[in-house]
Design a binder for this molecule. Structure first.
Ligand SMILES: *Cc1c(COP(=O)(O)O)cnc(C)c1O
Length: 429
């Protein structure tokens, strides 16, 4: 049995703490904590075989794309139940037309929209609600741009916990709000931005003994890191040259960086892919930090972008994220909303839809190929973080007049008029 602990990420500190603390700050230096563990001494080949063989099991924890890799999540005590909705095992798909559009790269997408509540947040949520249950928590809370609230609400209600979410007033998509409400959560609209609602909530979590599941909760990142196991398994353990993710609160890139580091330490891979983070121009503090070579992140006070999932001005995980970028010789790119929606349209030609935040990856790749920072022909996996149906209002609003005139027709209920309309469609190219 491996033992897990919380550990400070700051160089020169690395103090260890027990798993049951909830503020996720180091006692000694105030730094961020992550989960550490004494690595299992298992041969890489044996691990691969164990993971592979679980695919033919009918037990739900073997089918989950998180718990199938449970050797990497050794914080669950023997005999404890995991709270799962069968998350993960999402497809890795070639998207040749989008790859061409992006400048002639070999592009595949890992579609995390195909998760129980429609975003990658489910990978982290199964892990941290499992931990909340182990600790006997009764109330879970989060601040959210929408997807975290939908995901937390589902896993919390399944575990028999009360769920409370804070969201910026009037700023989250109706689809995400409807999900949280349907799962019985209380939704508090507060503040103008995600950052406001997070700051206010965080001020009260300790006082009221609330279990906070935002991505500064290191158990979230443990669940999310398993995406790298799936990607590599789906590629027969051939490491891609680049893995590209959108950046909001920077939990996902941090988790992927940690997952890669651990797989390398365990001998499952020999080299690392380069990690690329893409941000929206109006909410790009991490991009600016890296571009300006600054030591500290300067928050964006009024983050703006139509990609609401990444409308975040003060990402909590930047210290973990910068480590992931440095450790993998990674890059950060920034793209405009117009570029994001053009990328989304390009992906649609491969029959793949996603929410706007996810499409920043494809827009970023195109920009990096154009500037020569990614070579043509590169082997790239882009992580699509959320489902196409998460943000239908914007997708409709973003269709051009010309497209709508061609695609969205209103015809009187008369067979001759319908024939005429169909004939026009058949004659067009
Ligand atoms: C949460 C979210 C992001 C941002 O992920 P971070 O881990 O906060 O960087 C991107 N896309 C979608 C769809 C999301 O739900």
């Amino acid at each position: 049995m491996t033992t897990a602990f919380l550990q400070c990420i700051e160089d020169g500190c690395h103090r260890k703490h027990t798993l049951d603390r909830k503020d996720y700050r180091c006692d000694a230096c105030g730094g961020m904590l992550e989960i550490g563990y004494d690595a299992p001494r298992v041969a890489p080949q044996a691990l691969r075989q164990t993971w592979q063989s679980r695919k033919s099991s009918s037990a739900i924890e073997d089918q989950s794309g998180v718990w199938r890799f449970r050797e990497l999540l050794p914080f669950v005590p023997e005999g404890a139940n995991v709270v799962t909705l069968g998350e993960g095992h999402t497809p890795l798909l070639d998207v040749p037309r989008a790859g061409e559009w992006a400048g002639g790269v070999r592009l595949a997408i890992k579609h995390q929209g195909n998760n129980p509540t429609g975003s990658f947040k489910d990978l982290g949520m199964t892990a941290c609600i499992t931990e909340a249950a182990i600790l006997g928590s009764r109330v879970t809370v989060c601040a959210s741009t929408g997807n975290t609230s939908a995901s937390m609400s589902a896993y919390a209600v399944r575990a028999g916990m009360k769920a409370v979410v804070t969201v910026p007033a009037g700023k989250i998509s109706a689809a995400k709000l409807a999900q949280a409400l349907e799962f019985g959560a209380v939704v508090i609209e507060i503040g103008e931005t995600f950052d406001d609602s997070f700051r206010l909530l965080r001020a009260l979590t300790a006082e009221l003994n609330l279990y906070l599941v935002n991505s500064l909760n290191p158990f979230r990142l443990e669940g999310q890191k398993t995406i790298v196991c799936e990607i590599l398994e789906q590629r027969d353990w051939r490491v891609p040259e680049f893995i590209v993710v959108p950046g909001g609160n920077l939990g996902n890139v941090s988790a992927i960086g940690k997952g890669l580091r651990e797989l390398k330490e365990l001998g499952l891979i020999e080299k690392l892919p380069r990690l690329v983070v893409t941000q929206a121009e109006g909410a790009n503090p991490f991009y600016r930090m890296v571009a300006n070579n600054s030591a500290e992140l300067i928050p964006v006070a009024e983050p703006r972008t139509e990609a609401s999932a990444i409308r975040i001005g003060n990402p909590v995980n930047w210290k973990k994220a910068i480590r992931a970028i440095r450790a993998t010789d990674g890059m950060v790119e920034s793209v405009s909303d117009d570029e994001i929606f053009a990328a989304k349209a390009a992906l649609a030609h491969d029959g793949v839809g996603c929410e706007p935040a996810s499409a920043t990856t494809i827009a970023g790749i195109r920009k990096l190929v154009a500037s020569g920072k990614i070579p043509r022909g590169a082997d790239i996996v882009a992580v699509l973080t959320g489902h196409q149906l998460k943000d239908p209002e914007i997708s409709l609003r973003r269709r051009s007049e010309a497209d709508l005139a061609r695609q969205r027709l209103r015809v009187e209920p008369d067979v001759n008029k319908l024939r005429a309309a169909l004939e026009r469609v058949l004659a067009s190219d």
